[in-house]
Design a binder for this molecule. Structure first.
Ligand code: FES
Length: 120
């Protein structure tokens, strides 16, 4: 099994661009991919697990995008422009310190047993 530390879902280029301009979303997605690679977060030897990233069509927020959802933390960031990506990854994903002033909302993930599985 592959251990996973986080899954990043970005509404970047939705079919119906409601939350942000598609060009801005595409730039943010490209920056996210670049920073994840640059910081070696897809390395399967990483003790905490790899960081997955997915481009979502719409995360049903539809305002103040691009919207970034960080699992398993259940933290939603608004207005994730390319210049914010590196700080979110360094401070939140690596440093475990979410950036409070950029958080739109929190939806903590809980299972019926209260346990989370970090493996796929
Ligand atoms: S269009 Fe981005 S969250 Fe819905």
């Amino acid at each position: 099994m592959q251990r996973v530390s986080h899954h990043l879902l970005l509404c970047a280029t939705p079919t119906k661009a409601k939350c942000c301009d598609s060009a801005l979303g595409a730039q943010t997605w490209n920056e996210l991919k670049s920073v994840v690679r640059e910081l070696n977060l897809e390395n399967t030897e990483r003790p905490e697990g790899i960081v997955l990233r997915s481009k979502a069509d719409c995360l049903r927020v539809c305002v103040r995008g691009p919207i970034l959802l960080v699992w398993p933390d259940g933290i939603w960031y608004a207005e994730v422009s390319p210049d914010r990506v590196k700080r979110i990854i360094e401070q939140h994903i690596i440093g475990h310190q979410p950036i409070e002033e950029w958080i739109l909302k929190r939806t903590p993930f809980e299972t019926s047993t209260g346990a989370l599985s970090g493996e796929i």
